[in-house]
Design a binder for this molecule. Structure first.
Ligand code: ADP
Ligand code: ZN
Length: 440
């Protein structure tokens, strides 16, 4: 592709030769294990595994360390995994609670400083320059998205409009008046902003936006195309989770072929979620992270339940961190429909292949008798919703075929009027599964 901006690197550490990087990782891993040993939960787990920090002779010894799950965090609610005295806590955030009760994470001053610089790295990799103005439509609060990106933008020296989430017509006014160059939010919300701009008679491509940094929820390459067309921007993917740090764990460079994991601060593994053994190079598995530098709440081998693959081949941008693929979905988002594994992102991919549909959809699964039944409700594009029966049936059949060819499952497709499905200002909700009780 033609690169729209020059490749700038924020921190030379991003380009460390692999050998030097690995030596640094091993040094930091020993320190991280020593720090984790101050937490009773880890002290016990490390003792049970027979691991002392000095006994870590090579990076491969990572595999001797105990895992941490979301349930471990819940069992140590609210701050049982703190590795520093309470007085050293500079801030507390919480996970969104997409799949249950929110869990808290704590940061020291040094953690906050590191977090800002990690966000600065991926923002710069995706074109952010000090002269830009960035509109942040992520929630500011316990959610790590708003504050994380905000700090990173300030670290780069760019301007920031802390619009926060919600009140979409006002977001559009702000964009119109202030003419930010860059948009930060979830991918689904970016499309919603475009939609509301259109409804107000504005062409979203004329808002003056140039780039967008999107994350916090799974999205597809098709969705990227849609956002880029709608807003007339270049869209970059970034990834993170509060248990590990928040945004800044990985992000795309201008090549946009995977997100560079900031491996000097996070060790990443890609494991088979059943056997917990590494998958073959390049295969999809569950990502597992170990923090190397976090002070307040280090985590060892945190099981993200996010499914993706890793690519360690060199990247033309010069960054040496492994590139993780898009997250296909979370293992806990995976639907098993009549025995077949289906991810919401596969439905999204199918929909975006059919002209006239939108990426606004909701999958409902139930088991009225002995068989699972899935209904996919899909919103039509404004001009394409018609009373003409034949046309609508044709469209529905095409969607049905695409879904079947991608997932191997037949689902009932219902076309619904534009703007009739609920919109989210943060993470989109794609699935209603009536077979299991709602998350608490
Ligand atoms: P919660 O787990 O409650 O949603 P977080 O707000 O910390 O808490 O969200 C982190 C999760 O969001 C990740 O584990 C992942 O599932 C998802 N996520 C974050 N960034 C991306 C991204 N770029 N692509 C796909 N999923 C993402
Ligand atoms: Zn790169």
């Amino acid at each position: 592709m033609d690169h729209p901006f020059e490749n700038r690197i924020w921190d030379p550490a991003e380009t460390l030769p692999r050998r030097d990087l690995e030596a640094l990782q091993l040094r930091r891993l020993r320190q991280a294990v020593a720090r984790a040993g101050r937490v009773p939960f880890y002290r016990q787990a490390l003792a049970a595994a027979g691991v002392a920090p000095e006994s870590l002779a090579a990076l491969d010894d990572l595999r001797r360390l105990p895992f941490t799950s979301k349930d471990d965090l819940r069992r140590n609610h609210p701050l049982g995994l703190l590795a520093v005295p309470r007085a050293e806590v500079a801030r507390i955030h919480g996970s969104t609670g997409t799949t249950g009760r929110p869990t808290f994470v704590a940061y020291t001053r040094a953690d906050l400083d590191l977090w800002s610089s990690l966000c600065a790295r991926f923002l710069v990799a995706g074109g952010l320059r000090p002269e830009h103005l960035v509109h942040v439509a992520f929630g500011y609060g316990l959610f790590t998205g708003g504050f994380g990106l905000h700090q990173g933008i300030e670290r780069v020296g760019a301007g920031v409009v802390p619009a926060a989430g919600g009140n979409t017509p006002r977001q559009v006014l702000l964009l119109e008046d202030l003419r930010a160059d860059v948009l930060v939010c979830t991918p689904s919300y970016a499309l919603h902003i475009a939609e509301v701009a259109r409804a107000r008679g504005l062409d979203p491509r004329r808002l003056g936006l140039r780039y967008g940094h999107f994350g916090a929820e799974p999205w597809t390459e098709e969705m990227r195309g849609e956002i880029e067309r709608e807003l007339g921007i270049l869209a970059f993917n970034n990834y993170g989770l509060s248990e590990v740090m928040g945004p800044g764990v990985s992000g795309e460079c201008r090549e946009r072929r995977g997100m560079h994991v900031q491996e000097d601060h996070f060790l990443v593994e890609c494991l088979d979620p059943r056997t917990l053994e590494p998958v073959a190079e390049g295969a999809t598995g569950e990502l597992v992270f170990t923090t190397l530098s976090r002070e307040a709440m280090p985590v060892l081998r945190y099981r993200t339940r996010d499914l993706a693959s890793l690519d360690r081949s060199p990247c033309p941008c010069g960054r040496t961190g492994a590139r993780m693929s898009r997250v296909m979905g979370r293992s806990d988002d995976m639907l098993i429909i009549r025995g077949v594994n289906v991810f919401p992102s596969q439905i999204e991919e199918a929909l975006l292949r059919v002209e006239g549909t939108t990426p606004h959809y909701l999958i409902e699964v139930a088991r009225p008798g002995s068989l699972d039944e899935a209904v996919v409700r899909v919103e039509m594009r404004a001009g394409d919703f018609s009373d003409e029966m034949r046309r609508m049936v044709g469209l529905r059949d095409r969607i049905d075929q695409e879904i079947h060819s991608i997932t191997g499952v037949r689902m009932k497709v219902e076309l619904v009027a534009p703007n009739s499905l609920p919109r989210s200002e943060g993470k989109a909700r794609r699935v209603l599964d009536h077979r299991r009780p709602p998350a608490t």
